[in-house]
Design a protein around this ligand. Structure first.
Ligand SMILES: C[S@@+](CC[C@H](N)C(=O)[O-])C[C@H]1O[C@@H](n2cnc3c(N)ncnc32)[C@H](O)[C@@H]1O
Length: 273
């Protein structure tokens, strides 16, 4: 897939995404991911921060409200246009650029205290190049904090299923492929738009981080706080969705799966060389 095709996909997703994310991010970011991101980021006041794959800039705005000086970059012109529009409405001093994060040539080396990637590394085709560029623009002892869908349980190659263990039923993730890296697959968003994602096993993330001079100093596997709610026929709820139940036994199974299966990973890495 060419870079032009990837740009087009994200441009097509941007309008719906901007509405969904708004000023707070999507549900999982508000409730599951962002609180952990901020814990790992620690104090951002007066820090110079680069956000890669910033989308409509909602996270950049959260950082700026905590006193950070933020530059947001994204491949999609449309996403950056929404981010700039929101900056004009409520100025926070955030700058935005349209860039492929694997090529940040116009940004000076060793110029940021911190870099952030919120739910986007799995969408970036050249993730190795992206991590290399992030490392280049970070100062020594700078930190890179990112969140991703948990590669072991991500929903691109796996699905929910019901299994039996010692006579008891469990709601589980069915995994048939994990170690092979790099394959493209599509996510279909509620808006009907599809975007491309790239599955990589955890060891690939480690390898690229280490090769670019990072030492991982935080590693959190994040389960969802989302409650399971009763399925209704009118809404056409699908039985195998984790968030919907029809019987009380199913509710219990799904609640356990929600607590035990982390859907997201949040990682902090220190640039040591
Ligand atoms: C799932 S969205 C997340 C957006 C935002 N971080 C958020 O949480 O709302 C992934 C973002 O990564 C961006 N992206 C994908 N490939 C990129 C690349 N090579 N360089 C910069 N941004 C990229 C997309 O345009 C999109 O905005």
């Amino acid at each position: 897939m060419t870079i032009k095709q990837r740009k087009t996909e994200w441009d097509e997703a941007a309008e719906w995404w901007d509405r969904e994310a708004g000023e707070k991010g999507i549900w999982h970011q508000q409730h599951d991911i962002d609180p952990v991101m901020f814990k790992i980021l620690r104090n951002v006041n007066n820090k110079i921060i680069l956000e890669i794959g910033c989308g409509n800039g909602y996270f950049a705005r959260k950082l700026a409200k905590k006193g950070a000086k933020v530059l947001g970059v994204d491949l999609s012109k449309k996403f950056i246009a929404f981010a700039i529009e929101r900056e004009k409405l409520k100025p926070l001093g955030i700058k935005y650029l349209v860039r492929d994060v694997a090529n940040l040539r116009s940004l000076k080396s060793k110029s940021f205290d911190c870099a952030v990637a919120n739910m986007c590394l799995m969408d970036i085709a050249d993730m190795e190049g992206a991590i290399r560029e992030v490392s280049r623009v970070l100062k020594k002892n700078g930190r890179f904090v990112f969140s991703i869908t948990h590669p072991v349980f991500d929903n691109f190659r796996q699905q929910w299923t019901v299994i039996k263990d010692e006579g008891k039923k469990y709601f589980a993730r069915a995994i048939y492929k994990y170690l092979s890296s790099g394959g493209e697959s599509k996510i279909l968003w509620a808006s009907g738009v599809k975007t491309t994602v790239y599955h990589r096993p955890i060891e690939t993330y480690f390898k690229y981080l280490r090769n670019s001079g990072f030492l991982i100093d935080e590693f959190r596997e994040v389960a969802t706080k989302k409650k399971v709610t009763k399925a209704t026929e009118e809404r056409g709820d699908i039985k195998l969705r984790r968030s919907k139940y029809t019987t009380l036994a199913e509710k219990k199974m799904k609640e356990l799966a929600g607590k035990e299966i982390p859907l997201f990973l949040v990682v902090g890495a220190l640039k040591i060389r």
